[in-house]
Design a protein around this ligand. Structure first.
Ligand code: SF4
Ligand code: SF4
Length: 423
């Protein structure tokens, strides 16, 4: 594998600047320890990063290699069960990998699903990706990985693993994942990947049912020295669209970002919310409604849709984010580079002056930009205002209102000054 592009001075400077800015904003006590133990290992996985924003370090690509999955999780943004009828073949997949490797702005590829490890040719695809110089990450439910499989994956060039983990309470995790053994097998997968020397990321999805467990999950990430924790939240899509009432309110969203910032101070793991780009404004103390100058996006970029992410569906269609089901074209019909540079959806999302409503006139639009997926879920327009922005909205997003009558109120996070928030 070629390391030099990842350790290029500019790349390292950008990543260090982002970490320093995060330390300043959160009082991150473990910055020094993180530099010593995690930073160097994390560089290839965040290769090409131009700063911090939603869904990890942009820029990177995600390939949903299959809809097939061995689990049936309640919140899945796909309808994952069996393989779709029109998934890219092995040869088509390799051609896509060749095209991605030829784009210098993309160095890291996450293999996702469904469950990527149930795809029969996954090892062949991982090996091909590695040969082309890409850094491989696998986003998985973790249940199919033991020590031997982790070592195999490491040999195939997998540098990082992102494991879905919804609660430190096995009962809650297993209920969401709809498997009585999902928790134990995910833990085994995490331990095996750590032992194999991979960067470990924990992917948590916040919903009403498990929101109160967020501090415990951050504490767990700190205890196992996980490198990154992405705190997703339910955006009603795929199978998740059948549990809309479990989605967070604007107030929940506010508590979530405040809790993450508070707990970041004492956690060695870098914790980032997904679908809550208000976090970046919160870190800079810009989440009140007093007028202030527009903030440039030199380090924090908020929503990654359009500029930081390409999400390739199993049939080859390229979306700007897993939560924006609008295709910029298919790799079967257009080159990947052409889709990235010229497709209408990518171009319009890249231009934040096109945002509408409160997001369009907001001084935080460059560092936040609102969740375009939630905007689309609310009114079918990816450029509309974010319905979960707590600066401007209260209560339930529109997509949730019609489903919530008769349901219990959401589980609440512990109050921020609670001793429970000390790690
Ligand atoms: S109005 Fe939009 S851009 Fe501004 S803080 Fe809210 S979500 Fe972010
Ligand atoms: S649309 Fe939402 S989930 Fe997707 S990158 Fe933007 S903020 Fe993140």
């Amino acid at each position: 594998m070629t390391l030099s592009p990842y350790f290029a001075v500019g790349n390292l400077q950008r990543q260090l600047r982002a970490a320093l800015r995060m330390r300043k904003a959160t009082g991150w006590r473990h910055f020094g320890a993180w530099l010593r133990s995690n930073a160097i290992r994390s560089v290839p996985v965040s290769a090409g990063a131009i700063g911090m924003g939603c869904i990890g370090f942009g820029r990177h690509a995600v390939w949903e290699v299959t809809e097939a999955c061995n689990l049936r999780c309640r919140h899945c943004h796909a309808t994952s069960s069996s393989a779709g009828p029109n998934e890219l073949t092995t040869e088509e997949g390799k051609r896509f990998l060749d095209q991605l490797a030829a784009m210098p702005e993309f160095r890291m590829l996450a293999f996702s699903g469904g469950e990527p490890l149930v795809r029969k040719d996954i090892d062949e695809l991982l090996a091909h990706s590695t040969r082309r110089g890409l850094v491989n990450v696998i986003a998985t439910n973790g249940t199919l990985i033991d020590d031997a499989r982790a070592r195999e994956l490491r040999k195939l060039g997998v540098r990082g693993i992102a494991v879905g983990f919804d609660s430190t309470d096995p009962e809650i995790h297993n209920a969401i994942r709809r498997s009585p053994t999902a928790f134990d097998r995910a833990l085994r997968g995490i331990q095996s990947c750590k032992a194999a020397g991979m960067v470990v990321q924990i992917n948590y999805t916040a919903m009403r049912e498990n929101l109160a467990t967020l501090p415990d999950v951050i504490r767990f990430c700190h205890d196992i020295r996980a490198d990154i924790m992405l705190c997703y939240q339910l955006v009603p899509m795929g199978r998740g669209s059948s549990i809309v009432a479990s989605a967070l309110t604007a107030e929940d969203n506010q508590q979530l970002v405040q809790t993450i910032r508070t707990l970041q101070r004492d956690a060695i793991t870098i914790v980032e919310p997904v679908a809550a780009p208000q976090y970046w404004a919160h870190l800079l103390d810009r989440d009140d409604t007093t007028a202030k100058p527009e903030e440039p996006s030199d380090t924090f970029h908020g929503c990654a849709a359009g500029w930081g992410l390409m999400y390739v569906k199993p049939d080859g269609h390229v979306w700007p984010c897993p939560f924006i089901p609008i295709s910029g074209g298919s790799v079967r019909d257009r080159t990947l580079s052409d889709i990235w540079q010229r497709s209408e959806i990518f171009l319009s999302l890249r231009d934040r002056s096109k945002l509408k409503g409160t997001c369009g006139s907001c001084e935080n639009r460059n560092i936040c930009g609102g969740c375009r997926g939630k905007a689309y879920a609310t009114c079918g327009d990816p450029l509309a205002e974010d319905p979960c922005c707590y600066l401007h909205h209260r209560g339930l997003p529109a997509y949730q209102q019609e489903f919530t009558s008769g349901h219990e109120q959401p589980a609440r996070l512990p109050v921020l000054d609670s001793p429970a928030l000390q790690l």
